[in-house]
Write a new protein. Structure first.
Length: 269
């Protein structure tokens, strides 16, 4: 099994953290996968929001993609780590520290050096090694028997940049990518692609001036002259100019209509 893990679907050399560019030929994709194939139609149908988001942002955030996915054309190994995988992990760890890179900053890229494992699996395995005392990390402490990262400020190093590997240029991967986007649309109502275009803000609306529109009471009040008190007047609150006031008085409608009726009858005679 150890041999199978390393040789069946090898990782690509360009995904290594080594500063030296690879001069060896790019290995072709193996269509037979080891472990779980997370890119089948049935698997995509069961994807949760975190995986969907990681897939949609694969070009904008390759680190986020490799944190949750293996490279296309490669199966994901689940369960306990074998002795061979542990050896690969420690080799990757030494290579990482040797480059002066900050441990824990890019588990997605870290996992690219270990076939069939993803970023969160490498993170969990690292914490297990720290908890077991096989690796030392001053940022972690044990509280009530549980390992917790309480001192991130104690970590040092450079945060490396993560890029998608060359497998994304493979025609088979391009076809697989197209199928996955279609399945996401079918099962989850998603496009499979992250929106990268900048949404233009709508221009501010200009207030419309309508002719012959009745002003409301508040506008009329604002236009009313301010109160100005005139000293020496008998009324302390007499204003220099006052708004017009409608004077209402009681009217005897019965008498008024009787008089109008009598006048009308006289007119007809």
């Amino acid at each position: 099994m150890d041999e199978l893990v390393d040789t069946e679907t090898p990782r690509f050399e360009s995904l290594s953290v080594s500063d030296e560019p690879s001069t060896s030929p790019k290995p072709s994709l193996k269509r037979k996968r080891v472990g779980e194939d997370v890119f089948t139609k049935e698997s995509v149908k069961q994807w949760q929001g975190s995986r969907i988001k990681a897939w949609e942002n694969r070009y904008m955030s390759p680190e986020g993609f490799y944190y949750r996915f293996v490279a296309p054309g490669e199966g994901q190994q689940n369960g306990g780590w074998s002795a061979h995988e542990h050896k690969l992990f420690m080799k990757r760890y030494d290579e990482w520290i040797g480059n002066g890179w900050k441990i824990g900053s890019s588990w997605g890229l870290f996992s690219c050096g270990i076939p069939h494992r993803v970023g969160y699996q490498c993170m969990n395995y690292y914490r297990k090694l720290v908890s077991d005392g096989k690796l030392q990390d001053e940022s972690y402490i044990t509280v009530d028997g549980k390992l917790k990262q309480a001192h991130k400020e104690r970590l040092s190093g450079i945060v490396p940049n993560t890029e998608l590997g060359p497998e994304w240029k493979d025609p088979d991967v391009k076809l697989e990518e197209k199928n996955i986007d279609q399945w996401l649309k079918e099962f989850h109502g998603r496009s499979g692609q992250s929106t990268t275009s900048v949404i233009k803000s709508k221009p501010k609306s200009v207030p419309r001036v309508t002719a012959n529109k009745r002003s409301n009471i508040s506008d009329l009040v604002k236009k009313m002259p301010l109160k100005q008190y005139i000293p020496g007047e008998e009324e302390d609150f007499m204003m220099e100019s006052e708004p017009e006031v409608a004077h209402l008085q009681a009217r005897d409608w019965e008498t008024e209509w009787r008089d109008r009726l009598e006048n009308y009858q006289k007119f007809l005679m």
